[in-house]
Ligand binder design. Structure first.
Ligand SMILES: Cc1cc2nc3c(=O)[nH]c(=O)nc-3n(C[C@H](O)[C@H](O)[C@H](O)COP(=O)(O)O)c2cc1C
Ligand code: SF4
Ligand code: SF4
Length: 444
């Protein structure tokens, strides 16, 4: 069976599934239950400075988006960092680490952007003998208004400075957690790298308002008639997180920098997607909050089964395998031509593909043929966009079929070429380069 033991920047855990810093990791009681269920590691709920703990709201702190089956797709929260005493958290971290020496425990920290504040907390954390620290530069609400969290994560110079302090005043491995609330994720990643971080983790939550109550006109979650933006997470944010992970993994300035992938991981498949795009492990929050700690068991078994089926012996065989296949639009092969094909045996004749293509795409699907409802692709019109595949309610009913080299594309009346040709070479491109460019090396 596949070996999924994880070594992330020297921190070992029996599997690559860590719980992200959040309510599931807020106290020893939770973390012990999580480890008993099988989680490989946890990033403890973010610690703040010594002194009076932060104060949370006493009303609802979550908003949500659901699918038609009421499955939770996106979760939004206005919770702050831990509201427990620093010393209580530190004692519990030390105790749990002793009890579970084979699991990873990372201390997440958020203190003011002042050298003295970091210098003061680092030795206290180091004394607990946990495996490393994660710098929370991500929280988009509450703490950012106090000059912490995303307020630091949005300024690359601050990130670099704080990472340097942490490397200077501590021997612990440093993971820098990035905020997605920024235009170009490569900039904070580069800054963390320049400061000497051992790894980055991403994403933290996305600033959001999930809903507004149309009777009271209050954003949700409503605290006495008023709402505030919160942090969005869960399955809905996975595409954003995957892209950001890939951007950092393929950036020449940060290539090779270890990444802990976070954002919407709910199944083994989500985790595998983060790994192949370059993450060295994954962190999970919403899925555990929705389904409980035992969900990790399906993740572990699913990942192992997939690796066995594909002949991948260890995580090193899969990490980063898809990264070389992420490219810029201008390098996509314009000689790759596909056509939609409808499997008549599976079609339930609902007509959704027809109306989507007819009204908003290329009028390439019939609805009535010889007086009967019949849905078939008109190859002469189909541009291969795959909108119909995405709106069809029957999985696998519509396929996109590539035309082989030498076949005629009935829409353009051109023969499909066997060569790779991209926009940089296209005659319509005023900047086109006649010499063929190097084809990006695909992953095996
Ligand atoms: C209620 C809640 C509280 C959170 N608190 C923290 C926190 O204290 N520190 C932190 O770094 N991230 C915090 N997060 C963000 C998560 O660690 C994680 O980055 C985010 O939820 C995305 O992962 P997910 O889609 O698996 O939930 C919190 C998330 C939630 C839902
Ligand atoms: S692939 Fe696009 S153009 Fe072709 S049939 Fe489907 S929706 Fe229409
Ligand atoms: S959307 Fe799918 S099931 Fe519905 S008519 Fe089109 S092909 Fe058939």
């Amino acid at each position: 069976m596949a070996d999924i033991r994880n070594n992330f920047i020297g921190i070992k855990s029996p599997n690559p599934f860590w719980l992200a810093s959040a309510p599931p990791t807020d106290k020893a009681y939770n973390v012990i239950r999580a480890f008993q269920a099988g989680w490989g590691g946890v990033v403890w709920k973010t610690l703040g400075e010594e002194g009076p703990p932060v104060v949370n709201v006493n009303g609802p702190r979550y908003g949500a988006i659901w699918g038609a089956d009421r499955r939770l797709l996106g979760l939004n929260n206005i919770e702050l960092i831990t509201d427990r005493q620093l010393q209580v958290n530190l004692q519990e971290m030390k105790q749990v680490k002793k009890q579970f020496p084979d699991r990873a425990i990372i201390a997440s920290i958020m203190v003011p952007c002042e050298e003295q504040a970091w210098k003061a907390i680092l030795p206290l954390v180091e004394e607990t003998e946990v495996d490393g620290i994660e710098l929370n530069f991500g929280c988009p609400h509450g703490m950012s208004e106090r000059g912490m969290g995303a307020a630091v994560g949005q300024v690359p110079e601050y990130i670099e400075m704080v990472v340097r302090w942490c490397k200077q005043y501590s021997r612990m491995p440093v993971i820098t957690k990035l905020t997605p609330n920024i235009t170009d994720i490569r900039k904070p990643a580069r800054a963390a790298h320049a400061g000497g971080t051992d790894a980055v983790s991403l994403i933290n939550t996305i600033s959001s308002i999930t809903a507004v109550n149309l009777d009271t006109f209050s954003p949700e979650p409503s605290i006495d008639g008023r709402g505030s933006h919160g942090g969005y997470c869960g399955p809905a944010v996975k595409p954003i997180a995957l892209n950001m992970v890939a951007e950092i993994a393929r950036d020449p300035e940060t290539r090779g920098l270890p990444i802990s992938g976070i954002g919407g991981v709910t199944t083994w498949r989500d985790a595998a997607e983060f790994l192949v795009l370059g993450a060295g492990n994954v962190q999970v929050c919403t899925a555990a909050m929705t389904y409980g700690f035992k969900i990790v068991q399906e993740m572990i078994e699913g990942l192992k089964s997939w690796m066995d089926e594909k002949g991948h012996a260890t995580l090193d065989d899969v990490i980063g395998r898809a990264t070389p296949n992420v490219t810029d639009w201008q390098y996509l092969n314009l000689n790759y031509v596909t056509k939609a094909h409808i499997n008549q045996d599976l079609c339930i004749k609902c007509g959704r593909c027809h109306i989507a293509c007819e009204d908003t795409s290329h009028q390439a699907i019939t609805n009535i043929v010889d007086g009967l409802r019949h849905f078939e692709v008109i190859e002469e019109e189909c541009v291969g966009c795959n909108l119909c595949v995405n709106v069809c309610p029957v999985e696998g009913c519509i396929d996109m079929v590539p035309l082989a080299a030498g076949q005629l594309d009935k829409r353009t009346e051109k023969v499909v070429q066997p060569t790779y040709a991209n926009w940089t070479q296209h005659p319509n491109n005023p900047m086109h380069k006649p010499a063929p460019v190097q084809v990006p090396e695909p992953a095996e």
